[in-house]
Design a protein around this ligand. Sequence first.
Ligand code: F6P
Ligand code: MN
Length: 355
Amino acid sequence: MHLGRTTLSKFLIENLSGTPDGADLAALLVDVAAAVKAIAALSARGALGGATGSLDTVNVQGETQKPLDVLSNTAFVNTFQLGGLVAGVASEEMDDPFPIRAPHKRGPFLAIFDPLDGSSNIDGNVSVGSIFSILRAPAKGEPQTADYLQSGSSQVAAGYALYGPATLLVITVGNGTHGFTLDREIGNFILTHRDIKIPADTSEFAINTSNERFWEPPVTRYINECKAGKTGPRERDFNMRWIASMVAEVHRILIRGGIFMYPRDNKDPSKPGRLRLMYEANPMSMIVEQAGGLSSTGRERIMDVVPTQIHQRIPVILGSRNEVERVVHYHQQFDSGTDQSYKSPLFSERGLYRS
Ligand code: F6P
Ligand code: MN
């Protein structure tokens, strides 16, 4: 039983009342939780709920949509439209932002979201998630696309839901990162992970190594050093994970540390990265920074990047502070031509990692 424990609503009232727009923001996050509960129920039914398989439609990213992508998008859009707390929404699954119009009430925020992250994992019954970012709407009028293009540092709240063995909601309103677990019998999110802190050091990395031949030298250097383990310059063994659900990856890092990378690569020169700035990189960066970690493109802080497009892609390197700093340092050395790493025997012309 959770009697006496802190529910999401109680937490939000305690943390937001008295701040400007605080009551509205608290109410909006309760709406997010309502949409998350609906998606959790749908995804938990798996094939019984018709959520598996693919549709014939393709989203703006060129990805084949899954039934659960579309159902999750509808759950968020409908919740926000009826809630009266946002002036517009933008989503991975919609080409253009969607303004809230009469008879619905317009609110003071903009919501941007990835309704179902990691959806390639649905049919395999592997964890998926939702990611959201909350920005302030313009004071007057219907929001235009330009109104959404705010840097991550302007986010007033961000978070994700993880549909795993348990359903979790992890949020930040700018005073730390806090995790709530859904008590399914009662239907409440209960505060179970207060003020999560990512360990500064780690021996675990997450990257899709099938892209290795497309990486830049500083990323190859970092991963080769991890793989060299005790016999390499890091003098300790590393472990690797790749779930292919960013939400699950970030959650693991919040719980036990780690570094996650989807770096810049030259696989498709028109795409500077795989992940999307506005509804993947920015909200996850706020969550990670509020938990004491770092989030960078390798060359700049992600939350300082001024977006130019809603669906823009960006390189992402985030997680344990000391490891992210190391990768950023390797980029600096590479860019300034001061990278001496290849002189070490391990990486020399005849060494283990150069042919
Ligand atoms: O939304 C993009 C995403 O599905 C992330 O959740 C995940 O980290 C990544 O793409 C997986 O990429 P890949 O298919 O290259 O492993
Ligand atoms: Mn995604």
